[in-house]
Design a protein. Structure first.
Length: 285
C-alpha cells in the first residue's frame, strides 16, 4: 500500500510538472505572437506613411483632393531642389495677395508654412528677412522671385520654424510669378460741399458707367474746397484712373490711403464741383 501511495504521488507530481511546463510554453508562444504582430504592424504603418508622404501638397491642404502622380512627383522634385521654408505676409493691404503668391511659390517647390498680415499695410517696397544662418537661402529665394539683394535683412525670428519671411509691399507687381487677384470695386460717394442732392447726382452718373455704389452719404464736413478721390487697394487702380478721367479730376486730387471703412474707392465732392466734367455735361445739355 505504501508503495502504491508513493507511485501515485510521483504520477501526480509528473502531471503537475507537465501542466506547469505547458502553461509556460503557451505564455511564451502568446508573447511571441504579440511581438510578431507588433512588428508586422510597424512595417505596414511605415509603408503607408511612405506612400502618402509624396501626396502631401507642401504648405497647402489636400482635403478631398487627389493630385495626379506626375504633379506630385514634379513638386517633390522641385521641393528637394529649392529646400526653402518661407512665410508670406501682406504688407500692401491688397486683399488676398499673400494667399495668391503662396500658391505660386508652392508650385515652384517652396514650403510656405504661414500666410498672414504684416504689422501694417504701409510697406512701399517688398522686403525679405532671413532668420538664423540662412543668408544664402535668402539670396537664392530673392533671385527666384526677382527681389533686389539690398532688400534682404537679417531678423532674429525662428519661432514659426521658417527660414525666411517675405513681406509683400505695394510694389508686389514687380515680383516674378505674381498674378494680381481681381478686386471687386466698392465705390462710396460723399457730399463734402453741402449742396443738396449732389451725391445722388454723381451716383446716377457713375452707375450709368458701370460702377457699383455701396454708400451715398455726407462727408465729415461740408468744408472740402476741392473734390478728392481716395482708394486703399492697388487692385482698383484702373477703376480709379477711369473715374479720374470721367470727372476731369487732377492727379493731385487722387490719393492712396491706408484703409477706407466701407469701400475701396471714396469720392468726396467738394466746393469745386461746378468745375468737374459732370457739371460741364450739365451745362451743354
Amino acid at each position: 500500500m505504501a508503495g502504491k501511495r508513493v507511485g501515485g504521488a510521483k504520477k501526480r507530481a509528473a502531471v503537475k510538472g507537465a501542466g506547469s511546463s505547458s502553461i509556460l510554453l503557451n505564455s511564451l508562444i502568446g508573447a511571441l505572437s504579440v511581438v510578431i504582430l507588433l512588428f508586422a504592424y510597424s512595417l505596414y504603418d511605415k509603408g503607408v506613411r511612405r506612400d502618402t508622404h509624396l501626396t502631401e501638397y507642401r504648405g497647402s491642404s489636400l482635403e478631398d483632393t487627389e493630385l495626379p502622380t506626375a504633379l506630385i512627383m514634379d513638386q517633390a522634385t522641385k521641393a528637394a531642389e529649392t529646400d526653402l521654408v518661407v512665410q508670406v505676409l501682406n504688407g500692401s493691404g491688397v486683399a488676398g495677395i499673400a494667399a495668391s503668391y503662396k500658391d505660386a511659390l508652392i508650385a515652384q517647390g517652396v514650403d510656405v508654412i504661414n500666410v498672414g498680415n504684416a504689422p501694417n499695410y504701409h510697406y512701399e517696397r517688398s522686403l525679405l528677412y532671413y532668420h538664423g544662418l540662412n543668408a544664402d537661402k535668402a539670396y537664392q529665394f530673392a533671385e527666384m522671385i526677382g527681389l533686389e539683394r539690398e532688400r534682404i535683412e537679417e531678423q532674429d525670428l525662428t519661432s514659426l520654424g521658417n527660414e525666411l519671411t517675405l513681406i509683400l509691399g505695394r510694389d508686389y507687381r514687380s515680383l516674378k510669378m505674381m498674378s494680381v487677384p481681381e478686386v471687386a470695386v466698392r465705390l462710396q460717394i460723399l457730399n463734402g460741399c453741402g449742396v443738396n442732392g449732389i451725391s445722388r447726382e454723381y451716383q446716377k452718373f457713375l452707375q450709368s458707367k458701370g460702377f457699383q455704389i455701396v454708400d451715398v452719404s455726407n462727408a465729415s464736413s461740408f468744408n472740402f474746397q476741392e473734390s478728392v478721390l481716395r482708394y486703399d487697394n492697388d487692385g482698383v487702380e484702373e477703376d480709379v484712373k477711369n473715374i479720374t478721367f470721367l470727372l476731369g479730376l487732377d492727379e493731385s486730387q487722387v490719393r492712396r490711403v491706408p484703409q477706407l471703412d466701407n469701400a475701396n474707392i471714396s469720392l468726396i465732392i467738394g466746393q469745386d464741383h461746378p468745375e468737374l466734367a459732370l457739371a460741364s455735361n450739365r451745362r451743354t445739355r
